[in-house]
Ligand binder design. Structure first.
Ligand SMILES: [Zn+2]
Length: 165
């Protein structure tokens, strides 16, 4: 360790050893955090699970890395996914269907205000769980933690889901 330089992710707050990566422009994320997201994504897609659990990772990461440069629809749809997964037990595939129904409405989406403190679970926690079962449990825990952190906007998200259900 010693003189190892740490970079704190502006979204999830996790500090990671610097890899000299530029921040990802689509999310409020450090490049180092984005690398972990890519690694976890590759793992999830490799499962080739038709219920598409990768959606749980996509939505947790997007909702935890919201910010002024992130499109409102990306944050909102991520929270819709977390709500349906955490509180309604939807599969990733079922979440995608709701995303499609919402997108078909073709309306403007509000810009949601991120929580001042991000959920305490991050992409790093999911990757640190090595056994498949533990990793899926860590991902569900991550989803729950991020969804709960957005307490100030949860009602607005649930109202929007009602528009298509
Ligand atoms: Zn992050």
């Amino acid at each position: 360790m010693g003189n190892e330089k740490l970079i704190q992710c502006p979204g999830c707050g996790v500090s990671l050893p610097s890899m000299g990566m530029p921040p990802d422009p689509r999310f409020n994320a450090s490049g180092e955090c984005w690398v972990l997201y890519m690694e976890l994504s590759a793992y999830m897609l490799g499962l080739a699970d038709t219920s598409f659990p990768h959606q749980y990772v996509v939505d947790a990461f997007a909702a935890q890395h919201s910010g002024p440069s992130v499109k409102p629809i990306n944050t909102l749809f991520a929270l819709v996914g977390l709500y349906l997964a955490v509180e309604k037990g939807f599969t990733g595939r079922q979440v995608q269907r709701v995303h499609m129904l919402l997108a078909a409405r073709g309306r403007e989406w509000p810009r949601l205000t991120p929580p001042t403190t991000p959920g305490s679970v991050s992409v790093r926690d999911a990757l640190q769980a090595e056994e498949a079962e533990d990793r899926m449990a860590a991902i569900k825990n991550w989803d729950k933690s991020v969804w709960e952190s957005w307490a100030n906007e949860r009602q607005r998200v649930m109202d929007i889901v009602k528009e298509v259900s």
